[in-house]
Design a protein around this ligand. Structure first.
Ligand code: X2X
Length: 340
């Protein structure tokens, strides 16, 4: 130790003097919140989900008089999606947004909105997810002992990028080395296209593309832009093959530790932020393709019917109908029309 006791005493006395009369009330106001909760997610800070989450956190702090502090950890700072799913269950994190497709590792029904080419447009998505289909999925999530907020956040309709070749039709998927999120539905769907899918968590996608461990990946345009995937990809094919969203999950013990009036404030602000985030993505969708083109990505719009036909002939729809069961499948078909 380089300090004598006297030096330390002198230094701390000096610090007290330096803070003076201003220090004391400031320290009192900066008291730790009664409920300091971590919110983990896998998206870059600039993505609308994190922009709206920041506003949401500020509103929660104000409305609860500082009792609740939601701290946001973007870009998998606290671990990959797979890690975060364990943490939300154990209470290592209190809040986490996760794609229903990945959550299906724990709650099989949660991937149902990702069935290939099921949703024709956003109007149909929100009607289903804010309606009966979403309610069914949330009841399944609740059964797994997680808490889930009512409004699902938008990730978007997913498009395919590649460093080697554009995808003009299902045949171009043959042997295509594509990264998919960790989820049986994704693997099954790209296998049905005769592609060669590899499950990789999102926090490793950029480097997997950069080092060419895989040729391509698929994600919504808003995220391709926010995560700068155009830096390591050349083509973007508008395959629009599925709609994906994020459920806002809470650890049950942490949620139930909140008094009822506080819970109401927190849930209301989270759901309001989700609705605003959906609008942000919708607005972004009008301009993002032009932005990505300016950044060098080459777009093409394949005809989509042959992709859907390929999934049919590979038995994809009947296989998944069997897995979800008749109740869930009929809720999906009630929203989107007949699939299998
Ligand atoms: O991992 C992905 O590709 C992402 C960010 O879109 C999901 O969370 C499914």
């Amino acid at each position: 130790m380089g300090f004598s006791r006297r030096t330390v005493l002198k230094a701390s006395a000096a610090a007290t003097v330096a803070l003076g009369g201003v220090g004391a009330p400031f320290v009192a106001r900066a008291q730790k919140a009664e409920f300091s909760y971590k919110f983990a997610n896998n998206l870059p800070e600039s993505h609308p989900l994190n922009v709206r989450a920041k506003e949401m956190s500020a509103a929660i702090k104000t409305e609860t008089g500082g009792r609740v502090d939601v701290q946001i950890f973007s870009s998998n700072q606290l671990g990959s999606d797979t890690d975060s799913l364990s943490q939300i269950r154990s209470g290592g994190v209190e809040f986490f947004t996760m794609s229903g497709l990945i959550l299906s590792g724990l709650v099989p029904a949660a991937s149902i909105n990702g069935i290939g080419f099921a949703f024709p447009d956003y109007a149909t998505v929100w009607k289903a997810m804010d309606g009966e289909l979403g309610a069914y999925v949330r009841s399944e999530i609740t059964r797994s002992n997680l808490v889930v907020m009512d409004k699902i956040w938008d990730n978007g309709f997913r498009q395919t990028t590649s460093s080697t070749r554009p995808i003009n039709g299902p045949r171009d998927f043959k042997g295509f080395k594509i990264r998919v999120p960790v989820s049986p539905l994704w693997t099954s769907m790209f296998k049905a296209f005769d592609a060669s899918p590899t499950s990789i968590n999102f926090n490793e996608v950029y480097s997997a593309l950069q080092t060419k461990v895989v040729e391509g990946q698929e994600n919504p345009l808003a995220l391709i832009a926010a995560a700068k995937l155009y830096e390591v990809q050349k083509y973007c094919s508008l395959t629009n093959h599925m709609w994906d969203g994020f459920w806002f999950l809470a650890n049950r013990r942490a949620w139930e530790a909140l008094p009822a009036d506080i819970r109401e404030i927190v849930a209301r602000n989270i759901n309001a932020a989700a609705v605003k985030e959906r609008e942000d993505i919708e607005k972004l969708n009008a301009t993002v393709q032009a932005d990505l083109t300016a950044k060098g990505l080459i777009f093409n719009q394949p005809e989509l019917t042959p992709f859907r036909d390929k999934l049919h002939s590979a038995g994809f729809y009947s296989e998944w109908k069997g897995k979800y069961g008749d109740q869930a499948w009929s809720l999906l078909e009630k929203s989107v029309g007949r699939l299998a």
